[in-house]
Ligand binder design. Structure first.
Ligand code: SME
Length: 160
């Protein structure tokens, strides 16, 4: 497909995800390179929604290590159970954090990050990575983000 996204910002957020996900699927189908697929996914999400930071942390041994991302520089390593990302890994569950200051142990890579959603990528029942999306607005994520990003990470599992 052409390396250009079709985006309609007059749609609701859920509709925008419904427009975007098949495009990410088309962009990554047939591409065997993990980094290429994670990089384009992070870029597509940021381009579509203008999030402050979008990226992946990959499980490597007993740590998460920074992977492809879009946004300001970020922490490179996070231990299991630490911060929102390490907690999502430990719980193998999506974490929606409306106010990062209220999340005990939140790791502040940037003071501009106000709310956050972290979605694990599960391969055969094991977390292999997490998607972290940060906003500079409080309470910027809801069930529409969770549902769509979980669906997307279901697709992403096949890249690992
Ligand atoms: N806030 C995250 C760390 C990653 S950065 O936000 C990019 C956390 O608490 O796990």
């Amino acid at each position: 497909m052409a390396e250009e996204l079709t985006l309609d910002t007059t749609l609701t957020k859920a509709e925008q995800y419904r427009q975007l996900l098949p495009q990410i699927e088309a962009l990554t189908t047939g591409e065997p390179d993990l980094v290429a697929n994670l990089a384009n996914t992070a870029a597509a999400l940021r381009q579509a929604f203008g999030f402050f930071w979008v990226g992946f942390y990959l499980v490597k041994g007993d740590e998460l290590v920074l992977g492809p991302f879009q946004g300001p520089i970020a922490c490179t390593r996070i231990r299991k159970g630490k911060g929102v990302c390490g907690s999502s890994w430990a719980q193998a569950a999506t974490l929606l954090v409306p106010d990062v200051e209220q999340f005990p142990g939140h790791i502040a890579c940037s003071s501009e990050s106000k709310s956050e959603i972290v979605v694990p990528v599960l391969k055969d029942g094991t977390v292999v990575a997490v998607l972290d999306v940060d906003s500079d607005q409080l309470n910027d994520f809801d069930e529409a983000d969770q549902q769509a990003l979980e669906q997307l990470m279901g697709l992403a599992a096949a890249w690992f």
